[in-house]
Structures are given as structure tokens and as C-alpha cells.
Design a protein around this ligand. Structure first.
Ligand code: UD1
Ligand code: CA
Length: 420
């Protein structure tokens, strides 16, 4: 069903109230531009035909987009209605339905979008939109209904007066429209409002005047409707998203000692019975196995894979690295571009010096090696199986330590075979 919908995402706005050089949809939530959450949902729903309306600093937005997303430019920000009109011009002749999303509503769940599309198809309505009942409707379009609970219009915050201001049901900014009817109605709306903009939301009244059917679906989670307009909204959205992500991990069997003090970005996988201690930051594109112990104050960065039963303790930072099963790095370490084997013991203060000023280089540490406290491994370098480095030793690049040997000093020299 979903694949018959064409998607339009509105993201041309500058986000004046953000007071930023970045276009609003590029502002990060849990480490990722908010637009990516919207695009992720579209992907989850297997929607393929996506048109994105861009304007302010489109170059910055383009940089994060998949190639198959169509882009249309809205040169003058004349309002959401105008933005949709420009997108529809690109989809000329399309007879099906569009799913229209605000790029600044990253908290909408894929499930709500799915429910909306389903309701739209089943009811045969010309327009179906998502609403939410919120405690504080300030800043949002209010859903105005008649005595029979039928929608009569969406009244924008700035234009809503009197009793309308007290309505708690708001427009979440997620809509399904039959495209031909939408196009016709868009040609009829006028910027007769305080902002002098073409409001997409005026389509509702226009449709009702034509006798077209309108349906609504209510979001399960009131936070889904939180559009981001200010830095305060951004902070709140960050907190809500962070909590959602942590809850998902806990449901899958991960222990998080202090959810208030733990930061996990999207696209992280963590195995069962792993414990995450406070003040840990785990960025996107990280995989952690089962029964690991991570933190406190651990920082795992993109491209990191941690196998089962690994301990990464306080002030350990790992980036673009693989850490093998049963390996321990319990105190103060930086492991970058490292390929660490199984049952390796990484002492306190060990650092992989991976960057030579031009390139990032790889450090290999083979199974059961013991890296003494304060060792510096200048990459590219390899520490062999069961090899040992002494405390404070600096292993310089290409001076690999062979399996079973001991390296000591600065610069490190191989002293002998390891005592068995
Ligand atoms: C909009 C809705 C409001 C709803 C709220 C939900 C309208 C008129 N109002 O209000 O009913 O409650 O979202 O969050 O639609 N954009 C463009 N081109 C433009 C103007 C906006 O692409 O000319 C984009 C923005 O970049 C943004 C989205 O459309 O991603 C929504 O625009 P915004 O100005 O934030 O609308 P709201 O006032 O929040
Ligand atoms: Ca908004």
C-alpha cells in the first residue's frame, strides 16, 4: 500500500527563530540532523518517491541526501502551501496520493505515518491529517471542529482568536492528500493572513467548500507533534528522542544504570545483558555485543564494533575500531582505527597514535596481547599474539612487536621472549 504514495518533505525554511547559520532541518538531535529522522521514517515505510523542497543553504542539506531523492528549490519562502505547489509541479500528472511531511517535525513516528496512510486509503478521504492533543498548543495550528466533531478548518496560531486559542488539538504537520484535488485547491488559496503566506493548512477549508471528505488520525504520543522552531524546542526534542532510544535498548535487554546520564544516538545496536554505566556517550553506527560493561564516562564513536564480554571502563574513547571478545580496556584509553583481538588486556592510559598529521593509520593488536599502562602505539603498527609492552613504552610506526615477544622503553626495543 505505502509504495503508491509519493512523499513531499518541506524543508526550505531558514528557521529564523533558531538564530543560526544552519538551515533548521540540519540542526542536530541526538547527533543527527533532524531531517534524517524524517528520512529514516520514510525509509522504514519503504516509500521510494521522495521530493524535498529546499531553499535556505540547500547546499548543506544536499550533502546528507541519498542520490535518489528529488530536490526542488523554493526561491522565495511564500509559505507551506507554495512549497507544496512547487513540489507538485515536479510530479505532474500524478493521480495518486501524497504524504506531506514537515522537515522540522522529527519526532513523528513511522507507525503514525503508516496509520495515517492506511486510514486515508480505507476511508477514501481526499485529505487525512495527523493531529495530537497537547498540553501547550501555543505556536501550532489548531484543529477547529463543529458540534458533531467534524473538522471545519485549521486555524494557525498567529491568526487564531478567542476560543480557538484554547483548543488543545493541534495539526502535527503530517498529511495525506489526493494529488489532483490538492493541486486544484492550492491554486485557490490566498495569503489572507497575518503572515501573508500561502498556508497549506487552508486547503482543509477549501476542500470542505468543495464537499471533499476530510479525515484525521490522532497520534498516540503527544510529543510526535512537536515541531522545532526554537533552540528550546530543540533541547526538548533531543531529550524526548534520547529517552525513546534508551527505552528501546532497555526493552531489548540492555541495563542502563542511569538513563538521565546516558547518551545513545540512533543506529546503535547493543546485545543483551550489557551494562551501560553513567556519563557514557555512544554515537551512531556502533555495534556492541552481549554481556559487555561500558563506562562510566566511555565515549564510543562511529564505526566501532565491540564483541561480546568486553569491558570498556572509565574515560575510554574508541573510534572506527574493532574490539574482540573478552578484551579489557578499563581505564583512560584512546583506541582509534584499532583492530584489537580477543582476550587482549589494555592497561591504563594506552593510546593509539593513529593520526600522523595527514592520514589515519591502523593499529593491530592480536589475541591475548598485554599492553602495559601508558603505552603509546604509533600507527601503523602491529602487536603480535601474546606479546607484551612494558609500562610507558612507545612502539614506533612499523616497528611491529612479534608474537610472544616483550617490548620496553622509548623508543621500544624488543628485549626477549616472554616468560612462560
Ligand atoms: C506548520 C503548520 C501548523 C502546524 C505546524 C506543525 C502551516 C501553515 N502551519 O506551522 O498548522 O501545527 O506546522 O509543526 O503549514 N517551509 C517551506 N517553505 C515555506 C515555509 C515553510 O519549505 O515557504 C517548511 C519549513 O522549512 C518547515 C515546514 O515547512 O520544515 C513547516 O514550516 P513552519 O514555518 O515551521 O510552519 P509552522 O509555523 O511550524
Ligand atoms: Ca515548524
Amino acid at each position: 500500500m505505502n509504495k503508491n504514495f509519493k512523499v513531499i518533505i518541506l524543508a526550505a525554511g531558514k528557521g529564523v527563530r533558531m538564530n543560526s547559520e544552519l538551515p533548521k532541518v540540519m540542526q542536530p538531535i541526538c547527533g543527527k540532523p533532524m531531517l534524517e529522522f524524517v528520512l529514516d521514517n520514510v525509509k522504514v515505510l519503504k516509500l521510494k518517491d521522495i521530493t524535498l523542497v529546499l531553499g535556505f543553504r540547500a547546499d548543506l542539506v544536499r550533502a546528507i541526501l541519498d542520490k535518489d531523492i528529488k530536490i526542488v528549490m523554493q526561491k522565495k519562502l511564500l509559505g507551506t502551501g507554495d512549497a507544496v505547489k512547487i513540489a507538485l509541479a515536479k510530479l505532474k500528472g500524478f493521480k495518486g496520493s501524497c504524504l506531506i511531511l514537515n522537515g522540522d517535525n522529527p519526532l513523528v513516528n513511522a507507525k503514525s505515518m503508516h496509520n495515517l496512510m492506511k486510514a486515508h486509503i480505507q476511508s477514501g478521504a481526499s485529505a487525512t491529517f495527523l493531529t495530537a492533543n497537547v498540553d501547550n498548543p501555543h505556536g501550532f495550528g489548531r484543529v477547529v471542529r463543529d458540534n458533531y466533531s467534524r473538522v471545519t478548518k485549521i486555524s494557525e496560531d498567529i491568526d487564531a482568536g478567542g476560543l480557538q486559542r484554547q483548543i488543545n488539538e493541534i495539526n502535527a504537520g503530517v498529511y495525506c492528500f489526493k494529488a489532483p484535488e490538492l493541486l486544484k485547491a492550492l491554486n485557490k488559496i490566498k495569503p489572507k493572513n497575518k503572515k501573508k503566506e500561502f498556508y497549506l493548512t487552508d486547503i482543509i477549508e477549501t476542500f470542505l467548500n468543495e464537499g471533499f471528505k476530510i479525515e484525521t488520525v490522532t497520534a498516540e504520543d503527544k510529543f510526535e507533534a512537536l515541531g522545532i522552531n526554537t533552540r528550546c524546542d530543540l533541547a526538548l526534542a533531543n531529550e524526548i528522542m534520547r529517552t525513546r532510544i534508551l527505552n528501546e535498548h532497555m526493552e531489548r535487554g540492555v541495563t542502563i544504570i542511569s538513563p538521565e546520564m546516558t547518551f545513545i544516538y540512533p543506529h546503535v545496536s547493543i546485545g543483551r545483558d550489557t551494562i551501560i554505566y553513567p556519563f557514557t556517550v555512544i554515537e551512531s553506527d556502533v555495534i556492541i555485543g552481549k554481556n559487555c560493561s561500558i563506562g562510566p564516562f566511555c565515549h564510543l564513536r562511529p564505526g566501532t564494533k565491540v564483541e561480546d564480554s568486553v569491558v570498556l571502563g572509565n574515560f575510554v574513547e574508541v573510534s572506527r575500531s574493532k574490539i574482540g571478545k573478552d578484551t579489557l580496556a578499563k581505564h583512560f584509553s584512546f583506541l582509534g582505527d584499532a583492530q584489537v583481538g580477543k582476550k587482549v588486556n589494555i592497561g591504563a592510559g594506552v593510546v593509539t597514535a593513529n593520526f600522523d598529521g595527514e592520514n589515519k593509520n591502523i593499529t593491530k593488536i592480536d589475541d591475548e596481547a598485554l599492553i602495559g599502562s601508558d603505552t603509546i602505539l604509533v600507527a601503523p603498527v602491529r602487536i603480535g599474539k601474546k606479546a607484551i609492552t612494558g609500562a610507558g613504552c612507545v612502539v614506533t610506526k612499523h616497528k611491529d612487536v612479534p608474537s610472544g615477544k616483550v617490548a620496553l622503553g622509548v623508543p621500544a626495543r624488543i628485549v626477549k621472549k616472554k616468560n612462560k
